[in-house]
Design a protein around this ligand. Structure first.
Ligand code: ATP
Ligand code: MG
Length: 398
């Protein structure tokens, strides 16, 4: 445990409270992974926690969570609690504080997430979490269907953890996933987005296949218009391709988009505009017959966008619907276009509006037409992007 976590736990213990590191950090430590953050669970009530530390934030005080600041890092310290019904998948509507660590561990989703640790006590593992870590199993604490009925987000979390850790989902838990897939409707789109994003960017993104096999996919996109031309083996193919990619957000989501037969699914998941723009763009050009010649390529780069073109090529490489020879030449030419600084926007023309005015072009529609004509000329022949050449052309056009 980091020194600051030890300090927080010691201070709580010195004042007569129980305190443990809990959940994800214990799981990750046991797996030999660096935990992202350290959560602490304690018998102390929020007010009591606040009395003991100089700097605290009331981040989730209504759920019993106080953030203790130490050396500019925040540690969530949460009072032992029993949860009422969950509202938004993360926060229960009402919480009841309890003096029992076991009660607190019992409310947690999976056995591997329900372990606590302190230097004084060692590992507290009431639900065989260690065993499930060793045998690589995701298993609900208690009766799976009950746990999923309390909070449907856990259904997606099961699939997500299985992809992040490369674990199998225990059979009873798996049956409950499939049976209760329709209850996912209750979960906010933002939460679904977060879980799918973690799944897709995990070390085992091919587990997306489970979304289809369990019926989760159909539930998640129930409100989206279905695309007609979906191949039968699409998800298998997607899984295979995802497995070959680096964990790049845009690449993996654009592949997802290209294989999952629903329209506007990124929008329905409330994704940011940048993600929607990039992934939709890639998808729109997924079947483009790539040619190697530079005039064509420059025009394509303009259509797709210079800053996302590299990502587009990678996407096409993974899609694998371009013959290798052409693809290599396209890559080489794209590299040269960038290195030579070929003009790829009207702004980069060697003449501007002022120059054209001086050459006798009226501003307005005509100006726009002439700029476009010049731009088209340099897309065709990059070497034409010289002041004299362009002004010469303006004369001809006039
Ligand atoms: P991550 O690496 O994604 O942060 P994590 O296990 O730390 O994984 P968090 O969402 O940060 O997951 O939650 C911390 C802990 O809180 C979990 O380990 C689990 O014990 C508990 N928990 C979180 N969400 C739920 C939930 N929906 N139902 C029950 N317990 C939950
Ligand atoms: Mg966490």
């Amino acid at each position: 445990m980091p020194t600051d976590v030890k300090t927080i736990i010691s201070i709580l213990e010195e004042h007569g409270y129980e305190a443990y590191a809990v959940g994800g950090c214990v799981r990750d430590s046991l797996l030999g992974k660096e935990p992202k953050d350290w959560d602490i669970t304690t018998s102390a009530k929020p007010e009591q926690v606040k009395e003991l530390f100089h700097k605290t934030l009331d981040t989730g005080i209504q759920h019993g969570t106080v953030t203790v600041m130490m050396h500019h890092v925040g540690y969530e310290v949460t009072t032992y609690r029993i949860d009422g019904k969950y509202e938004d998948g993360r926060h229960p509507k009402e919480v009841i504080f309890t003096p029992s660590l076991e009660e607190d561990l019992k409310r947690r989703d999976f056995t591997i997430n329900a372990m606590a640790y302190s230097d004084r006590t060692g590992i507290v593992d009431k639900f065989h979490g260690m065993e499930d870590l060793q045998t690589k199993v995701i298993r609900c604490v208690g009766i799976a269907t009950e746990r999923f009925l309390e909070d449907a987000l856990r259904i997606l979390r099961a699939v997500r953890f299985s992809a992040q850790l490369g674990f199998q989902i225990d059979q009873e838990t798996m049956v409950a996933v499939t049976e209760l897939a329709p209850t996912l409707k209750k979960i906010s789109r933002e939460r679904i987005q977060t879980e799918l994003d973690k799944l897709l960017l995990s070390p085992h993104p091919d587990r997306v296949i489970m979304l289809e096999k369990t019926g989760l996919l159909q539930e998640i996109f129930a409100d989206c218009e279905k695309e007609e031309n979906s191949a039968g083996n699409a998800m298998e193919e997607l899984a295979e391709k995802l497995g070959k990619t680096e964990p790049d957000h845009y690449l993996r989501w654009s592949l997802f988009l290209s294989y999952v037969p629903y329209r506007r699914l990124l929008k329905s998941l409330k994704f940011d505009n940048k993600t929607i723009h990039i992934c939709e763009k890639y998808k729109a050009f997924q079947a483009e017959q790539l040619q190697k010649d530079k005039p064509y390529l420059r025009r394509l780069i303009v259509k797709i966008g210079k800053d996302i073109f590299e990502g587009y090529l990678r996407y096409r490489e993974i899609l694998g619907n371009v013959d290798t020879e052409t693809f290599l030449e396209v890559q080489q030419n794209w590299k040269e276009i960038v290195e030579n600084g070929d003009c790829l926007s009207i702004r980069e023309l060697a003449v501007n509006g002022k120059d054209l005015k001086e050459a006798g072009v009226e501003s307005g529609v005509r100006m726009g037409e002439i700029l476009n004509a010049l731009f088209d000329m340099v897309l065709e022949d990059a070497s034409a992007n010289r002041r004299e050449t362009l002004l010469e052309e303006v004369k001809k056009l006039l």
